[in-house]
Write a protein that binds this ligand. Structure first.
Ligand code: FES
Length: 222
């Protein structure tokens, strides 16, 4: 079955352009979505951020179709909406005029479906920071902490596998963090467990810099 692009909102010219792109990529265009997730998950969901309930629709699709690429577009720049869409787990937020080209790049460039980006902070805010750079409790992958050790960024889960303490609140010595609850130690550069009572390490996540932001690469795991 051909993969499906679900286009929610948009005028006739946009529907026509996205339809042409879908044909070009061997996909099918669906414009019938009403915000409720159908039985078969679309490969791509495109939402018009100008719609009054756009953020609720994005949140619904991020939850109901975790493997889909989630795309939002805006005709008029609106930073708050843009950032809210990113925080909801959009893989792409773009100006409407660039939507088709950006979508083509994303899909024909081999974008791995099931991999999503979540912004952690501006890349400019990382420069010169050592050790714990930021912690974010609300990513789709759960709480994570971003560290910079020896000039390398590393993002690991911020929940201790022993009893759930916030690991980043513990002391950091070089690349070794000590859980504040019961003293487990982990290497934040690799996530490796160095000392118990935790019996496993911290999950490590890939991060990339895109469009001036450090972004968490999330595999869609729930
Ligand atoms: S919760 Fe971290 S060592 Fe117990």
């Amino acid at each position: 079955m051909a993969r499906r692009i679900l286009l929610l909102g948009g005028d006739d010219p946009l529907v026509r352009k996205v339809g042409l792109l879908a044909g070009e990529l061997g996909m099918v265009l669906d414009t019938d979505g009403d915000g409720a997730a159908p039985a078969t998950e679309p490969a791509v969901v495109v939402v018009d951020l100008a719609a009054p309930d756009a953020l609720e629709v994005l949140a619904l699709w991020r939850k109901e179709a975790p493997e889909a690429l989630l795309v939002a577009h805006l005709a008029v720049p609106h930073r708050d909406l843009w950032e809210a869409a990113e925080r909801l787990g959009c893989d792409l937020v773009t100006n409407r005029g660039a939507l088709v080209a950006r979508l083509r790049d994303l899909l024909s460039g081999g974008a791995a479906l099931g991999r999503h980006l979540f912004p952690l902070l501006d890349a400019a805010d990382v420069a010169g920071r050592l050790g714990l750079v930021c912690r974010t409790a609300t990513t789709p992958a759960g709480p994570v902490a971003l560290y910079q050790v020896d000039g390398v960024l590393s993002c690991v889960a911020d929940v201790c596998p022993h009893a759930g303490a916030t690991v980043s609140e513990g002391a950091l010595d070089g690349s070794v963090v000590t859980c504040p609850a019961h003293g487990s130690r982990f290497d934040v550069a690799t996530g490796e467990r160095l000392r118990g009572p935790a019996d496993s390490g911290l999950e490590r996540f890939e991060v990339v810099e895109r469009e001036g932001r450090i972004q968490l690469v999330w595999s869609g795991r729930q």
